[in-house]
Design a protein around this ligand. Structure first.
Ligand SMILES: NC(=O)c1ccc[n+]([C@@H]2O[C@H](COP(=O)([O-])OP(=O)(O)OC[C@H]3O[C@@H](n4cnc5c(N)ncnc54)[C@H](O)[C@@H]3O)[C@@H](O)[C@H]2O)c1
Length: 311
């Protein structure tokens, strides 16, 4: 069985690739490496360094004949989406439609899509389940939700089997510490570099899930017979200030943060209900927050040592 992973050189895509290889599936990858890195792709996996909207994408389907597609490639920055909604639309919505056309044409067995908790916007109840109202508050969320609707349409009228996974806040090794989303990798890297950490208020809460738990959910959803929308989350609420002190304790670097007012437009609380995924995908979490943090800190500590030696 061969799986085409888009975004395979990215943070989550590289862990999904490892999970698939561990389960004896063949993997090929498409990624333009705009935020991903060739080094993230395991040895032996063919990486097509290509944009989703490149007309040559069809040759990948023709030559590789993938049985399945996991679509993770995306413009994943909310800030970038607000600055350039067209770029966001062309990658996240149009790029997905382009893939769906090829998935249909080349009889791919199942299409799995990485969506986001951002589609729910400000929650009207917690934990947010899959029936919660959709209220996309950024162009990023809108582009993802539009892609979801194309996927649903393709499933309903064009016979494309699909699953949509809405991830909460994913963290772990290889997350880009210069990105805007990865608060855990930002905190760890600043502490390791003896830099001050800024906390904007800190009472807001998020639902953090370890990337290996996400990769496992992707593998189960791909090979199961279920379809539809699933939240993939830890269903555990963690305050940002609390998270910071968990990290200082785990790193053994007891630095105090500096506090700033809450940023405008930030959601106060976020927690996703994961009951549907646990019941229908027979998936469960393997990592507690402390276990995931410990693996992530180990990864970044080793990276810092290597970088400092090179300097
Ligand atoms: N990280 C999170 O917390 C989180 C939460 C919810 C959803 N997601 C979704 O999960 C997926 C993976 O996110 P990530 O955190 O690994 O981000 P990432 O930026 O590390 O990975 C995205 C990958 O897509 C590639 N890419 C971007 N535009 C492309 C294009 N036009 N053509 C080909 N490749 C392109 C990038 O080079 C990168 O390798 C995304 O779809 C994102 O929206 C992530």
């Amino acid at each position: 069985m061969k799986v085409l992973v888009t975004g395979g050189a990215g943070f989550i895509g590289s862990h999904v690739t490892e999970e698939l290889l561990k389960n004896k599936l063949q993997v090929v990858s498409v990624d333009n490496c705009v935020t991903g890195f060739h080094d993230n792709v395991p040895l032996g996996v063919n990486l097509y360094k290509m944009d989703l909207n490149d007309p040559e994408l069809e040759f990948v389907f023709k030559d590789e004949k993938p049985d399945y597609v996991i679509h993770l490639a995306a413009q994943a920055s909310v800030m970038a989406s607000m600055n350039d909604p067209y770029l966001d639309f062309s990658t996240n919505t149009a790029g997905t439609v382009k893939l769906l056309q090829l998935v249909k044409k080349y009889n791919v067995k199942k299409f799995l899509f990485a969506s986001t908790a951002a589609v729910y916007g400000e929650p009207s109840y917690l934990p947010i389940d899959e029936e919660h109202l959709i209220h996309a508050q950024s162009f990023y969320a809108l582009s993802k939700y539009s892609a979801e609707n194309y996927i649903k349409h393709y499933s309903q009228y064009n016979g494309v089997e699909s699953c949509i996974l809405r991830f909460s806040n994913v963290y772990g090794p290889r997350q880009n510490e210069n990105g805007e989303a990865g608060v855990i990798s930002i905190f760890i890297n600043r502490l390791l570099a003896n830099q001050k950490v800024k906390i904007y208020d800190g009472s807001q809460t998020r639902d953090f899930i370890y990337v290996k738990d996400v990769a496992h959910a992707c593998q189960l959803a791909l090979l199961s017979e279920v379809s539809g929308v699933f939240n993939i989350s830890s269903c555990t609420e963690t305050g940002i200030e609390d998270l910071y002190f968990k990290i200082t304790e785990a790193t053994g670097i007891p630095a105090m943060p500096s506090y700033e007012p809450r940023r405008v437009g930030e959601i106060e609380k976020s927690i996703l209900n994961n009951r549907k995924a646990r019941q229908e995908l027979s998936w469960d979490l393997k990592y507690t927050l402390l276990e995931g943090l410990s693996e992530t800190i180990k990864y970044y500590s080793e990276k810092h040592v290597k970088t400092n030696i090179r300097v």
